[in-house]
Design a protein around this ligand. Structure first.
Ligand SMILES: Nc1ncnc2c1ncn2[C@@H]1O[C@H](COP(=O)(O)OP(=O)(O)OP(=O)(O)O)[C@@H](O)[C@H]1O
Ligand SMILES: [Mg+2]
Length: 362
């Protein structure tokens, strides 16, 4: 007995902002979500992720000027309980004295017109199956593990077949293994239901694993929107480069397309088309090779090896350059393994350099 696939909703956010007591905590959020997309909000604590979800869910009203549309219809005059949006928030606990079945049935019983008892029972069975909890329907929440409780919360959020699901750090309190297995379940449920999902996390690995696109929040504004690969390979700022994945950042000056570091024994390939002024460039650790002789490399920085960590598939080599900057290389384990204190060159090719800030204000 499969759940019916609901086509996910389109969501458009236009110039959303929110102030509390004259203090702006969210400003200028623009986002167009396609039907069925899995969107992740990623950002540090206090950057505005939950506030944005609260606005979409209708728990909080936006400042004047902000607009939201669900499947092309304005949400302005629609109260929260009529938006047909499923929500799982971290502080949105299950009812402790109700069984799993009663918890899941609750949103259906609130609906007007109220579905009849056999329809409710059938839908509850369907979502219990969806989250693999068929055998737990008669238990109370305190008789379940944390992961099972999260799955009940998810079942309760999807039982009325919403076209949009808002999940605010639903896996936050769980240990790593449980988290990873629920991530896979969430992907499966997303595929099976076709529902549009907005998922909040501050775990970058979770964001990279789950999302069609990631929205990076910073200090109450959207810093960058893109697919995981776009954000990882072409971060638009130093903030995004360092927030998603490990990175090596070099601060220096560009003059006539030539980047120079303030100090140290280095060679950088020209950055054509980059305006004169201060600049920052970035290279990912997996694009850095170790070499005793940098003659053939487009970019090379001499470093003193500080630590070497073997992790099976890769070798993580940490080093310090002459300016004192901490740098990381991740290489194959079948090459030369340096020792702590060795002087080596970190080398990379032209295509692996990313400019993450430029101009006089960088
Ligand atoms: N009701 C409120 N009154 C005043 N300030 C608020 C209120 N709710 C949120 N804020 C402020 O808005 C900012 C954004 O909060 P928000 O909850 O959206 O952050 P977040 O990105 O979800 O962070 P976290 O990762 O810690 O959950 C914070 O500085 C917070 O203190
Ligand atoms: Mg939050």
């Amino acid at each position: 007995m499969a759940m019916q696939t609901t086509r996910g909703a389109a969501l458009n956010l236009h110039d959303l902002g929110k102030s509390y007591g004259g203090l702006k905590v969210l400003e200028g959020v623009n986002l167009n979500v396609a039907p069925g997309e899995f969107i992740t909000f990623l950002g540090p604590s206090g950057s505005g992720k939950t506030t944005t979800l609260n606005l979409i869910a209708g728990f909080v009203d936006p400042d004047a000027g902000g607009r939201m549309q669900l499947d092309g219809r304005s949400l302005a005059a629609v109260p929260a309980h009529k938006r047909d949006i499923g929500v799982v928030f971290q502080n949105y606990a299950l009812f402790p004295h109700k069984t799993v079945r009663e918890n899941i049935a609750f949103p259906l019983k609130q609906r007007r017109p109220r579905p009849d008892a056999s329809t409710i029972a059938k839908k509850v069975d369907q979502v219990l199956q969806l989250v693999h909890l068929e055998a737990y329907g008669d238990r109370r929440p305190d008789q379940l593990s944390g992961g099972q409780q999260q799955r009940v919360a998810l079942a309760r959020a999807v039982v009325f077949e919403p076209k949009l699901l808002l999940l605010d750090e639903p896996l936050g309190a769980l240990d790593k293994r449980l988290r990873e297995s629920l991530q896979l379940e969430l992907r499966r449920i997303h595929r099976e239901l076709g529902v549009t999902i907005i998922f909040v996390t501050h775990d970058q690995d979770e964001a990279l694993t789950l999302s069609d696109r990631i929205v990076v929040f910073r200090e109450g504004a959207v810093e960058q929107i893109g697919t995981p690969a776009q954000l990882y390979n072409n971060p638009g700022s130093e903030f995004v480069a360092t927030f998603l994945g490990d990175s090596n950042i070099f601060s220096g000056t560009v003059r006539g397309g030539q980047f120079t570091l303030d100090q140290g024994e280095v060679r950088f390939a020209p950055l054509e088309g980059t305006p004169d002024g201060v600049a920052k460039i970035m290279v990912r650790p997996e694009n850095v090779n170790l070499s005793a002789d940098p003659a053939a490399a487009a970019n090379a920085v001499r470093v003193t090896v500080g630590d070497v960590v073997f992790s099976g598939a890769t070798l993580r080599v940490e080093g310090v350059d002459a300016s004192g900057a901490q740098l990381i290389a991740r290489t194959r384990t079948d090459g030369v393994v340096p020792k702590i204190g060795d002087s080596v060159w970190f080398c990379w090719d032209r295509a692996s350099t990313r400019l993450v800030a430029s101009g006089s204000g960088a």
